[in-house]
Design a protein around this ligand. Sequence first.
Ligand SMILES: *Cc1c(COP(=O)(O)O)cnc(C)c1O
Length: 762
Amino acid sequence: MADLPENVHSDTLLAQALGWLEPMSGGVVPAIEMATTYKRDPAYERDEGIWYSRPENPTYWQVEALLARLEGAEAALVTGSGTASMAMVVEALKSGDHVLLPEVGYGGLHFMATDMANHWGIVFENYPAGDLNAMAAMVRPGQTKILWVEAPSNPELIVPDIAACAGIAHDAGARLVVDATFMPPPLFQPLKLGADIVLHSAMKYLNGHSDVVAGTIATAKADDWWRHVEHMRFRSGAVLGPVEAWLLLRGMRTLHLRMEKAQANAVALATFLADHPKVSRVLYPGLPDHPSHDLARRQMAGFGAMLAFEVKGDVHDAAGVWRGTKLIKNATSLGGPETLIEHRHVSDGYTSPVPPCMLRLSVGQEDAADLIDDLDRALGRAGSNRAQGRATKLAQGLCWESRPHAGVVLPIHLASTYATDPSAYGKPYAYGRDQNPTGEQPEAVIADLEGAAEAKLFGSGMAAAAAVFQALSAGDHVVIQDSLYWGVRGMVKALPTAWGITTDWFATGDIDALRAAIRPGETRVVWLESPANPNMTVTDIAAACALAREAGAVSVVDNTFATPLLTRPLDLGADIVMHSATKYLNGHSDIIAGVLACREATPFWQRIAAIRHQAGAILGPFEAWLLMRGLRTLDLRVARACESAMVIARHLEGHAGVDAVLYPGLESFPGHEIAARQMSGGFGGMLSIRVAGGEAAARRIWSRFKVFKIATSLGGVESLVEHRATVEGPDSPVPVDLLRLSVGIEHVGDLIADLDRALAGI
Ligand SMILES: *Cc1c(COP(=O)(O)O)cnc(C)c1O
């Protein structure tokens, strides 16, 4: 299964989901196992092997193994919801057993205790959350089976001393169950502090995209009692669907980046609120005056991204603030990319013990300044007129909500045809090849990122590129750089010639050569890619596009490597931008997709749009939906990839095993100055190296990587390494000693160790 080396950091475990490869194909992403039943081996005992999908589904295994590793658990399970995980613990009890629950906590736990389990004769009692003395006084040795704590607790964010709680429970012969939904592993690992069971509503931080209802449960010991609990998933049937398990794993790959950003935002908001004249109290474990500050610091590697605050005045004042936020969504739940605010006193019902003026925030991944502005306005001040930040637009997908239900995530529209009003036939929807609501949000987000008038999704990057050439006519002339993505090179060599289009290739990055190749009045398209694949040559996009414009040609820039976060070609004068959305935009190595975006919807653009309609290279709705999900973390992923690539480039510069490092971020790189001018926020996650020792050494090194996956493609959460000359074949112009690296979001120390290991002793 190609596991990772033993000692890698948790960032690497998460980004690569333990590094498992799909066993049949070597896929870097697991397959979704949809089968409900499996052909049985008659030699097996009744419970051996996989035989039905309620007891077991292979799509669960990687999530469960990753979770167990992060929690330090002997075993872990995914379940149909956080509540299902809680119920599995309760269902394993017997009549007469005694359970201690926190008085203030997740409302659903109390509903479960009172509505359901009371009927089975299980005795529930509430202790004041965080009060260890009360807890110790209330346990009934021999009868108490479960001591239940929430840490941090909902909504006051109390963090009890887990080791002390475990001592109280164990002395009485009970088990300590910790609901750690508010603080995911590896930041908080209650099992390592003595807890027996840890639960998560996995729909919160672990999944992190507000689109899957799921639960997890993990155990310190896989003993007989655990087997009993475990059996409840099969018996009472609260299983997770395979698609949801797959999405959960996909979500977990960015957990470390999401938590880092959300925590930083939470600190900013807590600090802002603590100073606000309309706020009487802020509850955030990261603030030194929080009752659990010291315990949180000792037991957790961070303070999380949940916070609560009390508004001065009465319940109506608090409700007014709750209603008053615009960017911060007034919605239940937590742990997603978008910031949410809740008035728990109201949402829990009026008997709720939560203080009436308390509001709870789940802090997301927007720009902190936008969140502060929104809260400030809701608290009655004027706010600023700042333009919404890019992080905010990505986290919230431009604030789009579903209609008519106001979901924070848009649904997947699978209809191939739409019932329509004959008097306005086809508006806005007629047929799924032309219009599908699922693609509109990612198109709008990409158009916004690129500063484009419009964007159109295609079934692949190549389909997007092809549409540009399909929009030409016989006799048209194309000028294209000679070093670029080989698929585009291959297509341009074959197709346009067959269609009577002539082509001239110019030396990549050489503006004089470009000028010489352009034929004013005849050249229709100038095709650019910067940094270029795989030698990273930088082109002065503004200068090149100005030449195209003077000659009446359309300039097209393949912006796949740079992403719109680092370079905005339309601002530099380009007419059209193209992406393989397979790469950074989606970022999870699980869809093939492409996109074109235009500065103006010119007649040439209209022709491209018509070609998508006529030639039909559209993106499916599932893929468009996944792309939108991927876009929500684009800024976090690209920022980490850029930082790590820079560290790696500097490390390899001057390395004995490396003759040259090709990375625009290095001052020594020929295109560095232009790159520094037209790229901002980083130089990308792609770099190439020319290894010492020629082709044989390059091939040898290539085969030695363990953290970098030996695979084609780029821009995913996992790092990849390629010997491009092998991949491209005999007529490739790529030097045979070149290895191309796509740097992912793992821990950079693990990537460097892997490179050093591969390059050692060549
Ligand atoms: C991958 C890639 C393409 C092709 O995109 P697909 O999604 O594979 O069709 C085009 N240009 C660049 C720079 C690429 O990396």
